[in-house]
Design a protein around this ligand. Structure first.
Ligand code: ADP
Length: 775
């Protein structure tokens, strides 16, 4: 109930790497708690002061009474201090203090200096009466003196330890974290530093690093622990020791085995696998890493990360993924300087520490999503990391010494190359990983995804059966993606639902009245028939017909995943004139896009909605100009029958998914078709999609991303695709089965596009009606 009132003079410390605070307080007086007023959020109590500072100066009476005791105490104190090394400034100061301070203050001060347990210190604090305090402290002093004498006898020449008592003690005074084992801790810390030094000397770090470390450890030894820098320096040294300066795994590379492993792990993606094997073969022949850095570019969920992991597996190397999405500070790559509070090494060095070897495979995920900010450009920092000419001496700001990254195998992934800074792009070899066709997805699902999901959910093929038609249903009606990630998720949802049934079924089987029921197929009917009359009372049993294996058919699918999210039927949307289907490329794969147009009375204005970029707006203007100039030829009229299409007419063009910014020239032909449909009042064929850039004179120019666009059209169940003639070569990349399902119309001018887009063609009117001139 007795405490010490104190004034907090200073708080120092940091939260990183571990919270570590030092409180500097000046003790004022002892007090006693009379009544506790409240405990939360911090205790508030009514207290009574027990000893007063002024007492020391004007209490002559007590001084006389205590004269003998205090004199005795003073002598012991002087004896103790003089046994210490007077050349240490702190000791000399203490000696002076003994003479200058009032005697009454000495017990408190000396108790904090000598080696005692916390328990004893608390006892001294609890001793309110001066006399009692003197009496309690004297034995402690005597004990310390005896201890020192013994020590001096045994280790005459070595006075370090005595010095330490004093040199460390005064610092300890301010380090008032209650702990009964403080002394032991201190010794341990000292031992730790010695251990650390040993580790540094035996580690295989570079000469330069060793020099820096030894310098730091020298500093550390002199530093009081309470300094925030102590923890920082120590962490730094620990990191330096932990880094794999010279530790590497042995590469085991055998191309034949690598091919088998890649084939086993991944279905399809032949082009990618071929290139990876070439890369590995070169590595095998020429034991040197100075090759290009591979960068896999493709929509999400097509297996880029997982191929990276397979490469590490084939090489027998450690794998570490560094997610770069959203990183906008170069310190993330290169670390903070150690002068910052909370400074840390960058992700590269951290990754090396995690894997513990200096030749891992680092997967730099999402390099296209690097940001830029005031804190510098992380892409620029990556340049140094990825450049084989420079990265043998990569200097992290935190380490401040070079680390050799030349053994690390870097692989990057991205969704698009458009946002990768050119300098970075230049360092890498781009390998496109396009999306999958439906057939490929079915194979991937049955070879890889379903077995993996079954294993994760503790199911066996005897318990659940997913036929291929169901997988196709999931792919076409529940997902719309280039990769297989949401397919994987849907399969996961199915497995979860089945797991519940199976678990409930097991519960039922373990019941005694069911024990005799066999597991054989032929017993099943008999079970369900028999079960009914018996289990009327047991409703839970009635609700469960877990007939193994549980077959996932269309109805089960609807039960588990809900009604289908996508319908392949697109013709409904094309039931009015003024709608056409375009094909767009996005970083997430190809997509189909319904372009809509409508007209109304107005003054010839064109409104465009759907967040379009400048290029797309220009395409719209081009399309309208071309149609206006060819209106007569195609018999296109505005609402009042005039060939001047914009006369008293406003046009509104809309591109859906308004939240996504769209740009690029490839919507040109779609806009023309859509407007031609609007002005002619005819419907565009419901099974045709198109892509292509247009010119003012009506030519159709080639565009990019044909493969993704064709796959998207195929996914959506369209039958015909109009593409620019000069893109014909791109079709070779497309799988045969997809090509067989689709009809391709090659167009080199807009006449051909319109002819293909409308049922029965879009006839050109013979130019006989010249008389119909407005003049
Ligand atoms: P990404 O990095 O391209 O976004 P991931 O590598 O994370 O995609 O792949 C998502 C999931 O799909 C992984 O579980 C992966 O195993 C699986 N996957 C993707 N493509 C294939 C494939 N061709 N064969 C087998 N599994 C695949």
């Amino acid at each position: 109930r007795i405490g010490t009132a104190a004034l907090a003079v200073q708080v120092v410390g940091s939260n990183w790497p571990k919270p570590h605070y030092t409180l500097l307080v000046t003790g004022l007086c002892r007090f006693q708690i009379l009544q506790l007023l409240k405990e939360k959020p911090y205790p508030v109590a009514e207290v009574e002061q027990l000893d007063r500072l002024e007492q020391f100066t004007n209490q002559h009476k007590s001084e006389e009474e205590l004269g003998e005791l205090s004199e005795q105490f003073y002598k012991y104190a002087v004896q103790l201090v003089e046994m210490l090394d007077m050349s240490v400034p702190a000791v000399a100061k203490l000696r002076r203090l003994l003479d200058n301070l009032p005697r009454e203050a000495l017990p408190d001060i000396l108790t904090s200096i000598i080696r005692t347990s916390n328990q004893e210190k608390l006892q001294i604090l609890d001793a309110v009466r001066l006399e009692e305090r003197f009496k309690m402290t004297i034995p402690l002093l005597v004990r310390q003196i005896e201890g020192l004498k013994l020590l001096q006898k045994t280790r005459k020449p070595k006075q370090d330890d005595d010095k330490r008592v004093v040199a460390i003690r005064p610092n300890r005074r301010i380090n008032h974290i209650p702990s009964t084992t403080e002394d032991e801790e201190e010794e341990e810390d000292h031992d730790d530093v010695v251990m650390l030094e040993k580790k540094i000397r035996t580690s295989s770090m570079s000469e330069q690093a060793l020099k820096v470390c030894l310098k730091e450890i020298k500093r550390l030894k002199k530093m009081p622990q309470s300094m925030p820098e102590y923890a920082l320096t120590r962490n730094y040294l620990e990191l330096m020791v932990e880094l794999p300066w010279n530790k590497s795994t042995k590469d085991r590379l055998e191309i034949r085995a690598a091919r088998i492993l890649l084939d086993n792990d991944h279905y399809a993606m032949e082009k990618l696998k071929k290139r990876v094997l070439e890369y590995l073969a070169v590595r095998q022949l020429k034991n040197n890493l100075k090759g290009p850095i591979l960068c896999f570019v493709g929509p999400p969920g097509v297996g880029k990360t997982s191929v990276g992991r397979s490469i590490a597996k084939t090489l027998g190397r450690e794998f570490h993924r560094i997610a770069l999405g959203g990183v906008c500070d170069q310190s993330d790559i290169r670390g903070h300087r150690r002068t910052y509070v909370g400074s840390m090494p960058g992700r590269i060095i951290n990754g090396l520490k995690t894997v513990g070897v200096n030749n891992p495979v680092f997967l730099l995920d999402e390099v296209d999503k690097l940001g830029k900010s005031l804190q510098g450009d992380p892409a620029a920092a990556l340049l140094e990391v990825l450049d084989p000419e420079q990265n043998h001496s990569f200097t992290d700001h935190y380490l401040n010494v070079a680390f050799d990254l030349s053994q690390v195998l870097f692989i990057a992934t991205a969704n698009t190359t458009a946002t990768i800074p050119p300098a970075l792009l230049d360092r890498m070899e781009i390998i496109q990983v396009p999306g999958y066709t439906q057939e490929e997805k079915i194979e991937i699902a049955h070879r890889h995804l379903i077995p993996k999901q079954l294993e994760q959910h503790g199911l066996t093929p005897q318990q659940i059966q997913i036929p291929q038609v169901t997988t196709l249903d999931i792919i076409t009606r529940y997902t719309r993606e280039a990769g297989v990630r949401s397919l994987d998720r849907k399969l996961g949802a199915i497995c979860r639902a089945v797991a519940v049934k199976v678990a409930e079924g097991q519960h039922k089987e373990t019941k005694p009245d069911r024990a005799e029921v066999g597991e054989g197929e032929d017993c099943k009917e008999h079970v369900t028939e028999d079960a009914k009359p018996e289990s009327i009372s047991d409703t839970a049993d009635l609700a469960l017909p877990p007939e193994m294996p549980i077959l996932i058919d269309f109805h089960a699918l609807k039960d588990i995943l809900g009604p289908p999210m996508y319908e392949t039927e697109v013709s409904e949307r094309l039931s009015q004139p003024g709608v056409a289907i375009g094909l767009a490329w996005t970083p997430l794969g190809g997509e189909i896009m319904f372009v809509e147009a409508s007209r109304m009375d107005g003054e010839g204005q064109l409104t465009l909605t759907g967040q379009l970029g400048d290029v797309m707006k220009e395409s719209a203007h081009l399309a309208i100009s071309w149609l206006r100039s060819n209106a007569k030829r195609y018999q296109l009229t505005n609402a009042s029958g005039s060939f001047d299409l914009l006369d008293n007419t406003d046009i509104h063009l809309h591109f859906p998914a308004g939240a996504v910014t769209k740009d690029g020239p490839s919507a040109g032909v779609t806009i023309v078709t859509c407007l031609a449909s609007l002005f002619s009042g005819r419907l565009v064929c419901s099974d045709v999609a198109m892509t292509g850039e247009i010119t003012l004179r009506g030519l159709v120019l080639p565009v990019g991303g044909i493969k993704d666009k064709v796959l998207a059209a195929h996914r959506a169940g369209l039958k015909r695709i109009i593409i620019p003639r000069r893109n014909e070569k791109d079709l070779e990349e497309i799988a045969m089965n997809v090509r067989q399902d689709l009809t391709f119309v090659m167009a080199s001018c807009l006449d051909e596009v319109l002819n293909a887009a409308f049922d029965g063609g879009f006839a050109v009117k013979p130019r006989v009606e010249r008389l119909n001139s407005k003049l």
